[in-house]
Design a protein around this ligand. Structure first.
Ligand SMILES: [Zn+2]
Ligand SMILES: [Zn+2]
Length: 234
C-alpha cells in the first residue's frame, strides 16, 4: 500500500483499512470501535455472557461447566461478528493480531493473565486446516502467548472429526455432538500440576466446545481452566 512508507503500519485501522494518524496500538479507528458492542459489566460470572441481572445465567445456574470462567470483550454482533467471519472465511489472518490485542486488554484489566501457565487454542479439524491454511484460534493464542511470554500448546489437543454446521443444532444437540470431539495427545501429559490453562477461541456460542476441550484436561494434572474468546453470543 502506498501509505505504508508515509504512515507507520500501526496507524492503519485493521477493520476498515483507513489511515488514522496517531492510532498506534489502538488498532481500530474510533468509527470502527463504535461498531463493537462490549459485553459490559453485567455478565454471567461463569460463562461471561451478558445477562439482565444476578450472578449467573440460566444455563450456568442449572449445569456444571468444565471450565471455571469464560471471558469475552465483545458481543457476537455488528463488527465483532464481521471480524470473526473475515478471520475465518475470508483469508484475513492478519486480523488476529488486532483482535488478540482487544482480548489481552480485557483480560489484563481483570489481572487474569498473571496466573496462566499455558495457552491452548481450540483446534480445528485437519481437513479444515488444510482448506484454510491456519487455525484462527491458534493465531489468537500465539499473539497472546507472545505478549505475555506464556507458552502455547498448539498440538496437544486435536479435533477428531469435522463437526458439521453446529449453528443449526440446539444447545443439547450441540453438546452431544461435541462430546469426545477432542482428544489430548498423551505424549504431552505434564509431570507436574499445571495451575491454570487458558483456552482460546474466536467465539463462545453455547460454551459446549470450550466444555468439551476442558473435560479432556480435567483428567490431567490441571487445577483450573479459563476461557478467553473475542466475542460471545448473547
Ligand atoms: Zn476503522
Ligand atoms: Zn453463564
Amino acid at each position: 500500500m502506498w501509505s505504508d512508507w508515509i504512515y507507520p503500519e500501526t496507524d492503519i485501522c485493521f477493520a476498515c483499512g483507513e489511515v488514522v494518524e496517531g492510532l498506534g496500538r489502538a488498532r481500530f479507528c474510533p468509527s470502527c470501535r463504535s461498531k463493537l458492542s462490549p459485553v459490559g459489566e453485567i455478565c454471567c460470572q461463569r460463562c461471561g455472557k451478558p445477562i439482565a441481572d444476578g450472578e449467573l445465567c440460566d444455563w450456568c445456574r442449572k449445569f456444571e461447566r468444565g471450565f471455571s470462567q469464560a471471558f469475552a470483550p465483545y458481543r457476537y454482533e455488528g463488527l465483532a461478528r464481521e471480524l470473526i467471519l473475515r478471520l475465518k472465511y475470508k483469508n484475513q489472518p492478519e486480523l488476529a493480531r488486532a483482535m488478540a490485542g482487544e482480548m489481552a486488554r480485557f483480560f489484563e484489566e481483570r489481572k487474569e493473565e498473571r496466573m496462566i501457565e499455558l495457552i491452548v487454542p481450540v483446534p480445528i479439524h485437519r481437513s479444515r486446516y488444510r482448506e484454510r491454511g491456519y487455525n484462527q484460534a491458534g493465531l489468537l493464542a500465539h499473539a497472546l502467548g507472545k505478549r505475555w511470554g506464556i507458552p502455547v500448546a498448539e498440538d496437544w489437543l486435536t479435533r477428531k472429526e469435522a463437526t458439521r454446521a453446529l449453528k443449526e443444532l440446539t444447545a443439547a444437540e450441540r453438546k452431544q455432538s461435541l462430546r469426545h470431539a477432542f482428544q489430548l495427545d498423551e505424549r504431552f501429559e505434564p509431570t507436574r500440576t499445571i495451575s491454570r490453562i487458558l483456552l482460546i477461541d474466536d467465539v463462545l456460542t453455547t460454551g459446549a466446545t470450550a466444555e468439551s476441550c476442558s473435560s479432556e484436561f480435567l483428567n490431567w494434572k490441571t487445577e483450573e481452566i479459563k476461557v478467553l474468546t473475542f466475542a460471545t453470543r448473547g
